[in-house]
Design a protein around this ligand. Structure first.
Ligand code: ACO
Length: 429
């Protein structure tokens, strides 16, 4: 019996099977050998929310949730947030190595020169109601890009894959800013090639009548850091959606739209919006104990707390908290910060949260920064989707290059009616 294996005895038959253990996992298909008789389909594993199922092999992002570690291609997130730029990190995630100066210059040039969108897309955006949620606009508009670039469907043409990657990374800020301007009833602002990736984004968001928009360097850097922190997070709900949809080989625009739709929900990227709503509802530090009680009684969740993977501390939350203080030096203190800080202090000392290993996640402080930057809450998830597009694309490209990749197709446990005959209308009770 090999040491790196699992011996399983099926008590239904008394038979013992040896299943190989590789990289701390067992191949789920090996369970299918376990049968009661020849007609039996074989054993499956049941894991409805993927709590303990590895769905791919990846070399992009490493997380050690118990020790609060997050690394992109082996580089600790803290070092990247401190020393790198978002576009450099994007290159790292997509191509596996930090770029040389020449590679970075070329990459920045390419992204900068793909930021414009087709004029028909602008007209398409005008069709949305004035109060449409920007995430709804973003998801639909990214999907619509698919119709502008029909060659993107050929996902086996790697030159095309490269071009669509650049287009998506470049155009997400433009579409996002247009979604915001549409909601505000403001004219769209076209990209400015003289500005950095985050600088151009704030230009397209906030430029009014001035001839040239000058982003505040501290806020520009803060935004760049937030983009770095949100760029990838291995196989979360939206990334798994990207891989799942991508596995049927559609073009990347519709796959990114699907991933963005997964991000939209309050359990995922919608959490930062929910945090600000929650802090606003609490309203005052004196109301916190009553709020905490209602959370402990299971009436509601403390938004921005808890994570499927991090059971120690979300390392991104620590960096966002520091960034928040830098931003408030420029914008003035967001009064919600006091409520957030006090909530964190109380929760980290409370048995309910401690025993369940619930700590602030990346979204606990990001929302109050976005609010201080003047963004409406409906834009918060959009701010997540922009950088996460890089992660989605890196994971999608990795999936495409995986030898023998196949369409993703989970199994089910059928619990419905057994075979029965059709009942004519007159006989139905
Ligand atoms: N507030 C209060 N209790 C919580 C919270 C919370 N935020 N999160 C988890 N719990 C409790 C659960 O009630 C449960 O308690 P129980 O064992 O007594 O039933 C226990 O902790 C485990 O919770 P699960 O829901 O099983 O944890 P899971 O890993 O499935 O969920 C999730 C993780 C969705 C992030 C959850 O913690 C949550 O809803 N948090 C709030 C939303 C949020 O901030 N999401 C952002 C995640 S980060 C991101 O997407 C970028």
């Amino acid at each position: 019996m090999g040491k790196d294996s699992l011996s399983v005895t099926d008590n239904r038959t008394g038979k013992t099977y040896e299943i190989p253990i590789q990289d701390g996992t067992i191949p789920a298909m090996d369970l299918r050998r376990i049968k009661v008789d020849d007609d039996d389909f074989g054993l499956m594993s049941y894991d409805s929310a993927y709590l303990n199922t590895a769905s791919c092999r990846s070399t992009i992002t490493y997380i050690d949730g118990d020790h609060g570690i997050l690394e992109y291609r082996g580089y600790p997130i803290e070092q990247l947030a401190e020393q790198s730029t978002f576009l450099e990190v994007a290159y790292l995630l997509l191509y596996g190595e930090l770029p040389t100066q020449d590679q970075l210059d070329r990459w920045v040039y390419d992204i900068t020169h793909h930021t414009m969108v087709h004029e028909n897309l602008r007209i398409f955006l005008d069709g949305f109601r004035y109060d449409a949620h920007p995430m709804g606009i973003l998801i639909s508009t990214v999907a619509a890009l698919s119709t502008f670039y029909p060659e993107a469907r050929n996902v086996n043409d790697w030159d095309s894959v490269e071009l669509q990657t650049q287009r998506l990374v470049a155009k997400m800020p433009t579409i996002s800013a247009f979604a915001y301007r549409h909601a505000m009833g403001l004219p769209y602002i076209y990209p400015d090639n003289d500005l950095s990736y985050p600088g151009n984004f704030v230009n397209m968001m906030f430029k009014m009548t001035e001839l040239k928009y000058k982003p505040n360097p501290i806020l520009e850097r803060a935004l760049d850091i937030l983009f770095i922190l949100h760029a990838d997070h291995e196989q979360n709900c939206s990334t798994s959606t990207m891989r799942m949809v991508g596995s049927s080989l559609p073009d990347p625009y519709v796959a990114v739209a699907a991933a963005a739709a997964a991000l939209y929900g309050p359990r995922h990227g919608g959490a930062n919006e929910a945090v600000v709503r929650m802090l606003t509802e609490i309203g005052d530090v004196k109301n916190i104990p009553e709020f905490i009680d209602s959370v402990k009684q299971g009436q509601r969740r403390l938004m921005g707390f808890g994570h499927r993977v991090y059971k120690n501390y979300d390392p991104r939350a620590r960096i966002v908290k520091e960034t928040a203080h830098e931003v408030f030096e420029v914008t003035g203190r967001n009064p919600l910060l006091d409520i957030a800080l006090e909530l964190e202090t109380i929760a980290l000392d409370d048995e309910y949260f401690v025993s369940r290993k619930l700590y602030p996640n990346v979204d606990f402080y990001s929302g109050i920064i976005y609010q201080a930057l003047g963004l409406p809450t409906t834009m918060f998830t959009v701010m997540f989707a922009i950088p996460r597009t890089v992660g989605w694309m890196a994971q999608w490209r990795e999936m495409l290059r995986e030898p023998g990749n196949r369409i993703a197709r989970p199994r089910q446990i059928y619990e419905g009616a057994t075979t029965r005959d059709y009942v004519p209308m007159a006989d139905r009770g």
